[in-house]
Design a protein. Structure first.
Lengths: 185, 507
């Protein structure tokens, strides 16, 4: 079971890993920028100059994050003395990191799963069939509602949007010519 | 004066066609719906619906997106008042007395006064917006060097959006700047950071990125979150009495002035204006003890400030081409998609769009007042739909939206990568608003920087040869110094609080 003591240490570890990943990426980008050339032969700025100006401070900031990040803790009400309690509570509400429990993680995992399915089917099966599978899959996995009213109405909504998109000239994949039913091409 | 009237007439002529009017109504409606989604603010709503800019003609898409933005501000008020869930920082002040009114069975009245307050503030602010043409007339004489100076100033003001951690805010800003660098180099034509992918030669699809870092990351956060708010109560009467109006009009006018002023300052946090309006109302009130317990002025003032700020935010965009908030950066993207350049030349080259936008904001005020007052129960009923169903539908729409950017799954992939990166960074306290601004500002900054250096053979001292640019640099120094001093003060305060807490604990 996750204790409240674990949360700050998890946050700090995540903080360090995120800072380190961005540091690696920005270091690599700085290297690329330098390779593109800072100046052209005539002394004019080269293609790498501006990216180098951007990525060099990014590297520095990531190092600072790695160092200072250790002192950070997840959002708590720290400056409530200057405001009344209600205002401080609402400000904290905006900034606080919403806790994601195991159910929440499962829901996010389901979203990723069905998104991969959608990626695999969108162009092969067409937008209508693919998005219908996607929506039904998501509704079954992340929504508690099992009402059979919800599925037809959600599907109807997707059909209407797809129909509207086709009508205003949006090209969506349709290998089985389903759009012809709606008067599309 | 006659010039302004004839320009406004041009604007209304281009907007009051059946076609554009219809898109304005649809935009307001879509904005209301997305604004009503719990936790969704105007930036997420506008980012989510940005792909409309691809499929509609320029005037229709700009008017529609402006109406979506404006509508989502109205819609966001509903969740702030009924659920105590602000869609964005600027709605937090509304929550305080709005939610207190809901608890006292006066939700309908709170929603009505926020709609009326927003309408009055919106109408007054639109009059102020007319004068952006005057600022544009000055900005038209700007050289590349001046543009560089002022773009850099706008970038520095982004520090105001960085939240509590300046380092994380700056990381977000620099990451956004970098995203704008991907693609073919503007001068040499050579590919930069494209990793050999043809799709990246034209740069990263920033619309998919904005949809991802704002809309998708917000949805993932909400899907994973514990609380899934919905509203099942009754909002009560929405009718305002004359006394309510009399009690609120002062707050509305003061809020309008405060919001309008804050909106002119690029990078000023939107929450600051509504908090300032709330604080002013509490100070001038003869019964300050009623604040926090459902004072109608506590809703009217911040809402008026919020709406006036929403409109005056357009002034730096229309006059200078510099977005002052994340939402304005998204609207700037909509202009770019349609081959338009907001800024001083917009009033000269595309007056029908510049004045059409101003007219559409006036029109949106009327449409939204009608939508918000008699139809308020309809929007509230959206809150009765389980949020997971709304998110499922939104995720499907987002996929269609990203697909239409370039007619391939590449943009959908970029959307999801940006969404996951945005979601991860937000969980570690990295704000996303600076990135949205710098994604748009980056290419502009690079172009002006390199052109200014190019004409002076790479001589860096030439960057200081313009008095206007030097003024911008001086302001940059002031802004950075102020932010650093306030950060140091804040960290000292936290340290003191921690040490006193530790001392108390050891006793």
């Amino acid at each position: 079971m996750e204790t409240t003591k674990d949360a700050p240490s998890k946050f700090l570890n995540g903080n360090r890993i995120t800072a380190f990943v961005i540091l690696l990426v920005s270091g690599n980008l700085l290297n690329f920028s330098l390779r593109y050339g800072l100046f052209l032969e005539d002394g004019a700025p080269g293609p790498g100059l501006f990216p180098a100006i951007i990525t060099a401070p990014l590297v520095g900031l990531c190092i600072a994050w790695l160092i200072i990040g250790d002192r950070e803790v997840p959002k708590v009400k720290q400056d409530s003395d200057s405001k009344d309690e209600l205002t401080a509570e609402l400000e904290a509400k905006l900034d606080e990191i919403q806790e994601i429990d195991s159910d929440g993680k499962k829901r996010i995992a389901w979203v990723f799963f069905w998104t991969i399915v959608m990626f695999a089917t969108f162009e092969r099966l067409g937008s209508i069939i693919s998005l219908s599978i996607y929506s039904i899959g998501l509704l079954f996995s992340i929504s508690n509602t099992k009402s059979w009213k919800v599925f037809p109405s959600t599907l109807l909504m997707i059909l209407l949007v797809t129909f509207g998109a086709v009508k205003i000239g949006v090209m969506l994949p349709d290998p089985f010519n389903i759009f012809r039913i709606f008067g599309g091409q | 004066m006659s010039e302004i009237i004839s320009n406004l007439q041009l604007g209304f002529d281009s907007v009051l066609t059946l076609n554009i009017f219809m898109w304005a109504v649809i935009g307001c409606g879509l904005g209301m719906i997305t604004g009503v989604l719990p936790g969704f603010g105007p930036a997420a709503a506008t980012g989510l619906l940005l792909p409309f800019a691809f499929v509609l003609p320029p005037t229709a898409s700009i008017v529609m997106l402006a109406c979506i933005y404006y509508g989502s501000m109205y819609g966001g008020t509903i969740t702030s008042v009924l659920l105590n869930v602000p869609g964005e920082a600027s709605s937090v002040a509304t929550c305080i007395d709005g939610y207190a009114m809901t608890k006292r069975g006066m939700a309908g009245k709170a929603l009505s006064i926020s709609a009326v307050g927003s309408f009055i503030a919106g109408v007054i602010a639109v009059f102020g917006l007319i004068f952006s043409q005057k600022i544009a007339a000055i900005a038209i004489t700007f050289t590349y060097l001046d543009v560089f100076g002022f773009s850099l100033l706008a970038l520095t003001l982004v520090v105001g959006l960085t939240g509590d951690s300046m380092i994380k805010g700056l990381i977000s800003a620099f990451l956004g700047l970098f995203i704008g660098m991907v693609g073919l180099d503007i001068y040499t034509g050579g590919p930069r950071f494209t990793m050999g992918l043809d799709q990246l030669q034209e740069g990263l699809p920033f619309i998919a990125i904005i949809m991802g870092i704002f809309g998708l990351s917000e949805i993932l956060e909400s899907i994973g979150g514990k609380k899934q708010p919905d509203y099942s109560g009754n909002i009560g009467s929405t009718l305002l009495k004359w006394q309510d109006f009399k009690d609120s009009i002062g707050a509305i006018l003061r809020g309008t002035g405060i919001g309008f002023f804050f909106g002119l300052l690029p990078g000023s946090p939107a929450a600051a204006s509504s908090f300032a309006a709330y604080t002013v109302e509490k100070r001038v009130s003869k019964t300050p003890e009623r604040f926090g317990k459902g004072a109608i002025q506590g809703v009217a003032g911040p809402e008026a400030a919020n709406n006036a700020l929403g409109i005056s935010n357009f002034i730096p965009l229309l006059a200078l081409g510099i977005p002052s908030s994340a939402t304005m950066a998204i609207l700037l993207a909509a202009f770019t998609i349609n081959g338009l350049t907001p800024g001083p030349l917009l009033f000269t080259n595309n007056p029908e769009i510049a004045w059409g936008l101003i007219a559409s904001l006036a029109l949106a005020n009327v449409i939204l007042l009608i939508m918000a007052l008699p139809l308020v129960r309809m929007w509230v009923s959206i809150l009765k739909i389980p949020t997971m169903i709304l998110y499922t539908i939104t995720l499907s729409f987002m996929s269609i939206g990203a697909y239409i950017i370039d007619g391939s799954m590449f943009s959908v992939l970029v959307l999801w990568i940006a969404g996951i990166v945005g979601f991860t960074l937000r969980r570690f306290g990295v704000p996303m608003a600076p990135a949205a601004l710098t994604i748009v500002l980056g290419p502009m900054l690079e172009k002006s920087f390199r052109t200014a250096l190019q004409v002076n053979y790479g001589e860096f001292s030439s960057l200081f040869s313009s008095s206007r640019a030097n003024t911008a640099y001086a302001l940059i120094v002031v802004v950075l110094a102020t932010k650093m001093i306030s950060s140091i003060r804040k960290s000292n305060k936290v340290r003191k609080m921690k040490s006193s807490a530790a001392m108390n604990g050891s006793k």
